[in-house]
Design a protein around this ligand. Structure first.
Ligand SMILES: Cc1cc2nc3c(=O)[nH]c(=O)nc-3n(C[C@H](O)[C@H](O)[C@H](O)COP(=O)(O)OP(=O)(O)OC[C@H]3O[C@@H](n4cnc5c(N)ncnc54)[C@H](O)[C@@H]3O)c2cc1C
Length: 501
């Protein structure tokens, strides 16, 4: 019987536990990717993400073909599509790597239904270093503040070594998989229209990025051999290009955080590179997902699916998990404030002209404009500049953070279901462990500090200095603080009986 391997945000061969298991099947394996824009738990992809996905699936399909594993593409509600494909006569087990957002409710339901129909369903460790339910406070809860969270992670058993990519299937397994895939219709990738045509706004993305696992591994190697040495000192200076630029590769699972983690530690051991600050940035990614996982989990519905679990080694599932399997609708991080003080915050309805000026990088503030233009041109923005641009929108323009989060969701190649809303809420002041609301970044002083020569602004927005400034920084800061005064005395935590939303 052939295995069906369901790929999601893990478009790679290395350190892919479900693939390693499927490739060992003597009867062969068929891979499946489902473009699911229908299930209520999924968030439709933005434009830049779609562009990346097209490229990434192309690369994955070729890499799998070399192993002897055909990739089937289908569009629809995943719960239905996976069951449909799995009902092919020769498939008796379905495998996937775990995910941690709202979509895990789909996986939990699917597991139950597959098993009820006699198909084995097995989930494996996913794209995090530390399983969200395994990192617990002293009182057994989850963490709401980054520093103690990361200390707890560093004190936990180290992340497992990454698995090697599997070798090619045996000729017999390859033949069986190929025969089976002939009967499983696959959508032509072009039919999904993931790439823009007229106009083709993605030319700048294609110039800057090469999606796919091979490029991800090369990028990691390059970073550790060069930029990593000065990362801690230079990471806040956008003109110096010191970031790893691994975020889109991690977003799509083209490289696993375990691979990054162990390679960084290897560089530290072999070449004395100090990677502590870099690893702590991976910690922010972990914390964003830890927060998303627990924000979406209905405590009352916890542990309904005792079979959706992981063993201590991070391998295949075992019984006895406390992993919450049921997710309440409307509890994804982009849908509500983590801090209930902000439930009644008087966000301003920005005018179309204000929003367009921010989106196009025409605010007259160099650092904001350069960041927003970098984003439009390349699908990426430096972290420091993301913070300044987000602060400008949510504080100087007093726009609801959701407006900016949605724009980043549409335009970032690394648009991530946890990191994006988590960071927007962090800047806006309403998130977990957020920057206090009264910390309003001043784009002019931020530029003096982090782009003192103006090299970054010159690269992306050389004419910004000629534009009239969209707002008066001092007045709008005072207005933002006055708005905060209206909610600052509201309770900071939800009462125990209140639903967590
Ligand atoms: C408003 C706003 C929105 C953001 N949206 C996203 C997003 O959609 N996707 C995304 O991956 N990151 C997001 N970030 C975080 C951060 O800006 C990017 O991860 C970082 O700029 C990517 O560059 P890099 O790969 O060179 O990072 P490096 O500095 O090399 O860091 C290494 C890795 O650590 C992780 N990381 C670093 N900083 C953060 C952070 N603050 N939060 C979560 N993970 C982090 C990323 O995976 C990154 O690739 C956002 C930040 C802000 C302020």
């Amino acid at each position: 019987m052939t295995s069906l391997l369901w790929f999601r945000d893990d478009l790679r061969l290395t350190d892919h536990a479900a693939l390693a298991a499927a490739a060992a099947d003597p009867e062969g394996a068929v891979a499946l990717y489902v473009l699911d824009e229908m299930s209520p738990e999924t968030r439709p992809l933005g434009g830049a993400a779609k562009w990346w996905l097209h490229e990434s699936l192309t690369a994955l399909s070729s890499a799998l073909a070399e192993l002897g594993i055909p990739l089937v593409l289908r569009r629809g509600a995943a719960e239905q599509v996976v069951r449909e494909v799995a009902s092919a006569r020769a498939i008796d087990r379905v495998l996937w790597n775990r995910r941690y957002g709202a979509e895990r409710a789909i996986d939990a339901r699917l597991k139950v239904r597959l098993r009820a129909s006699g198909v084995t369903a097995t989930s494996y460790r996913g794209g995090l270093l530390f399983e969200p339910w395994a990192v617990r406070t002293g009182s057994g809860g989850h963490y709401r503040v980054y520093s103690p969270f990361w200390r707890a992670c560093l004190g936990a058993p180290a992340p497992a070594e990454p698995l090697a990519a599997p070798g090619a299937l045996t000729p017999r397994a390859t033949r069986l998989a190929s025969e089976l895939s002939v009967g499983l219709a696959s959508d032509p990738l072009a039919d999904w229209c993931l790439q823009p045509t007229s106009p083709n706004w993605a030319a700048g993305l294609a110039t800057r990025w090469v999606p796919g696992e091979a490029a991800a591994l090369a990028q990691l190697e390059r970073f550790l051999a060069t930029r990593a040495r000065d990362y801690a000192a230079n990471r806040d200076f956008p003109a110096l290009d010191t970031g790893s630029e691994l975020s889109p590769y991690m977003r799509w699972g083209e490289i696993s955080p375990r691979t990054v983690w162990h390679a960084a530690l290897g560089a530290a051991a072999d070449h004395g590179v100090d990677v502590g600050v870099f690893l702590s940035e991976l910690g922010w990614r972990e914390f964003a997902w830890h927060t998303a996982f627990h924000a979406g989990a209905a405590e009352a519905a916890r542990a309904a699916d005792a079979t959706d679990a992981t063993d201590a080694a991070g391998g295949a599932n075992t019984a006895g998990s406390t992993a919450p399997a049921v997710v309440l609708p409307g509890t994804a991080l982009h849908e509500r404030e983590l801090n209930p003080q902000f439930d009644a915050f008087p966000w301003r309805a920005t005018t179309e002209a204000e929003l367009a000026a921010w989106q196009r990088g025409e605010t007259g503030f160099g650092l904001v404009d350069a960041g927003m233009r970098e984003l439009r041109a390349t699908g990426f923005m430096h972290n420091r500049v993301r913070m300044v641009a987000a602060s400008f929108l949510t504080k100087n323009l007093l726009a609801n953070w959701r407006v900016g989060e949605a724009w980043f969701w549409d335009t970032l190649v690394d648009a991530d279901a946890a990191s994006n809303p988590f960071n927007w809420q962090w800047v806006a002041g309403c998130g977990a462990d957020a920057a206090p609301y009264f910390r309003v970044f001043n784009p002019e002083t931020q530029q003096q500090k982090f782009d003192p020569e103006g090299a970054y602004v010159e690269r992306f927005a050389p004419h910004s200095v000629m534009l009239p400034q969209l707002v008066d920084l001092r007045e709008t800061r005072v207005r933002a603080l006055a708005a905060y005064d209206t909610v600052r005395n509201a309770p900071r935590v939800r009462a125990a009986h209140e639903p967590d939303r």
